[in-house]
Design a protein around this ligand. Structure first.
Ligand code: SF4
Length: 383
């Protein structure tokens, strides 16, 4: 069987673990990695084409599926949209859909199992049993150290896709795979996790010892640069303590710590089920600054229930944080399928809010894709 993986800018981190699992368990399977429809069609059927896509990719994926179906390719899909809306994805023309964890189920598929929906939400994997990337094929990505999040924030898909029980990759596994990267001159470690300072715990508290053990061992095997609590992951504000920052400071190269604040209104924080307060955000920013890092604070605008008073409170928080020395990373709310706020409507940002965001950006204190997300928010609400 030939399997063609359709890469695009949003799915690299979803496809590489699947490719790594296949290469690890069935090294003789013929795989191709392509970045366009034309490249797929350069490979003649019979072949399986594998997609992983977000809900805002539905239009272009549908167009490709219509063409490939007529040419006789078999089509499979996983990723966030397939997990949240498996029936819709079957209606788009896919033959098989993979929900949630895909590693074990894609191996079952390759062994000949033919369910319409492979359910990786019910049957969760032990992430230690699968490689996080594929050194042999030079397919690298930040290492996923934790899958799943207990918080289930109302706008976020992570607890649906990865489950509410955090599953941590062991230090032994992380070190083992990082060593294989180092053998290929990959000396920079970045991590994928819903909350970096939750590593090694039940997800509800900090386990400083586990974090220290992880970072110590990565340094010991020769990792030259380590970025922890920064891109592409973040940190919940109430997990920030003096002790954890002093611990990571011994090992890491990041200047920024990314804090998930999301709003300056406690009312909004309650409605989106963040389970922390604005006070936690301010306190965590102080601790981060006192330890010589710069807080980069995520804020989401445009929740459908956000009123003028909430927005004013959020800008008060932003002004306070900027004055302290923080940078702001602004997002616009998107009603993602499978989340509690899926049907709550799209974001609308009043003119004065857009002006303020642009002003903070011009002053060099704010960045983010909030303008693009404003369009995506509307697109998702119309799906
Ligand atoms: S926003 Fe962060 S803390 Fe909330 S559910 Fe998503 S990953 Fe977990």
């Amino acid at each position: 069987m030939k399997i063609i993986f359709r890469f695009h800018k949003h799915n690299r981190y979803s496809l590489i673990p699947l490719i790594a699992a296949i290469h690890d368990k069935f090294p003789s399977i013929e795989m191709a990695f392509v970045g366009s429809l034309n490249e797929i069609m350069n490979i003649s059927p019979p072949a399986v084409v594998a997609y992983s896509f977000m809900s805002f990719d539905v239009d272009w994926v549908s167009q490709e599926v219509n063409i490939l179906k007529k040419k006789g390719y078999a089509l499979i899909a996983g990723g966030p949209h397939a997990t949240a809306k498996p029936e819709d994805v079957i209606r788009m023309g896919f033959d098989h859909v993979f929900k949630g964890d895909g590693e074990e189920n894609i191996l079952l598929f390759l062994k000949g199992e033919r369910s319409t929906v492979f359910d990786g939400l019910v049957k969760r994997i032990n992430i230690d049993e699968y490689p996080p990337f594929c050194s042999d094929l030079d397919l690298f990505m930040p290492i996923e150290i934790t899958r799943g999040c207990p918080f289930g924030c109302a706008y976020c898909e992570v607890s649906l896709i990865g489950g509410k029980k955090p599953r941590h990759r062991s230090v032994e596994s992380i070190v083992h795979h990082c060593k294989s990267g180092i053998n290929k001159s990959r000396y920079i470690a970045r991590f994928i996790t819903p909350n970096a300072f939750g590593y090694g715990s039940d997800g509800m508290k900090v386990n400083v010892e586990a974090i220290d053990n992880l970072l110590y061992n990565l340094k010991k095997v020769g990792m030259k640069e380590i970025y922890f609590g920064s891109f592409p992951s973040d940190v919940r504000p109430e997990f920030v303590t003096d002790e954890v920052l002093k611990t990571i400071k011994k090992y890491v190269n990041n200047r920024y710590i990314i804090l998930g604040a999301q709003s300056g209104s406690d009312r909004v924080l309650r409605l989106i089920k963040r389970f922390h307060t604005v006070e936690h955000v301010v306190r965590s920013a102080e601790i981060v600054l006192n330890n010589g890092f710069v807080p980069r604070v995520d804020i989401i605008f445009g929740f459908p229930f956000e009123n003028e008073d909430d927005l004013a409170k959020t800008f008060d928080l932003i002004k306070k944080l900027v004055k302290m020395g923080c940078k702001i990373h602004a997002h616009t709310f998107m009603p993602l399928p499978g989340t509690e706020l899926e049907s709550s409507g799209h974001a609308v940002l009043p003119e004065w809010v857009r002006r303020e965001l642009s002003r903070f950006a011009q002053e060099g204190n704010l960045d983010g894709y909030w303008e693009k997300q404003l369009f995506l928010s509307k697109y998702l609400s119309e799906l």
